[in-house]
Each structure stands twice: as C-alpha cells, then as structure tokens.
Design a protein around this ligand. Sequence first.
Ligand code: HEM
Length: 125
Amino acid sequence: MKSVPTMFFATAAFFVLLGMIWGIQMSATGDHSLSPAHGHLNLVGFVTMSIMGIYYALTPAAAASKWARPHYFLAVSSVVILVVGIVMALTENGETLAKIGSVLAVLSILTFLVMILKFGVGNKE
Ligand code: HEM
C-alpha cells in the first residue's frame, strides 16, 4: 500500500489535472458558469490536499497513526461530493450534495487540526 503522503500528493495531482482540463474546456467554450466548482476542485482538491500531504511527509508519527488513512478517505470524499454538489447547485439540481460535501470538508479540516494538536509538526525522534 502507498504511503499516506504519496496518497495525498497523487490524489491532489490527479484533482488539479482534472481541474486544469476543466479550466481549458471553460476557456475554449467561453462557458464559465461552472467556474466556482472548478475553483473548489483546484483549491480544496489540490491546494488543501497538498498541504495535508506536506504535513504527513514532515510528521511520520501522524502518518503512521490509525487516523491518517481514514483522514485521507474523508478528504477525498469531501472533494468529490462538494464539487459534484456545487455543479448540481449551479445547474439548479438541488443543494443537498453541496451541503453534505461542505460538512465533510469541515470534518476533514477538523481532523487535520486534531492531528496537528496531537502529533505536532515534524519528526520528534
Ligand atoms: C490549465 C489551468 C487552468 C485554466 C485554463 C483555468 C481556467 C479558468 C477559467 C476560464 C475560469 C473562469 C474565470 C471567470 O469566469 O472569471 C477560472 C476560474 C477560477 N480558477 Fe481556474 N484555471 C486553471 C487552473 C486553476 C488552478 C490551478 C486554480 C487553483 C489552484 C484555479 C482556481 C480558480 C478559481 C478560484 C477560479 C474562480 C472561481 C469562481 O469564479 O468562483 N484555476 N479558471
């Protein structure tokens, strides 16, 4: 199984690849109506997950803890559900998914905060 930092970074890179292709598609078509969803995919999916990846790479005790992999799955599901939810909200197909995604995104950041408080930052050995 891949290390926790690798999982965060690889997924972040995949999200920004999708986000950039989406950005090029918006530019090419001139239809920017879904740009908030593109922005969230890139900022929550790429920037936030990369920062978490940096944290886990710097802090092996946190990466080895039983909470690191559940945190990864929480972070990924929050991005997917939030971005799909924003698309649905923008296209007037309901806001429920966006609300669920928002709560999951908050829980992911709360988990990140707990990790930082519990394990600190960096290698203590
Ligand atoms: C190939 C790369 C990219 C292309 C072609 C692209 C293209 C676009 C386009 C066409 C818009 C709509 C602009 C408007 O309507 O005013 C947009 C908005 C935006 N993009 Fe990108 N983008 C790219 C990468 C990124 C990246 C890497 C990030 C962040 C890390 C990002 C964050 C945003 C944000 C925050 C918005 C504004 C969203 C909003 O209006 O609510 N983009 N982008």
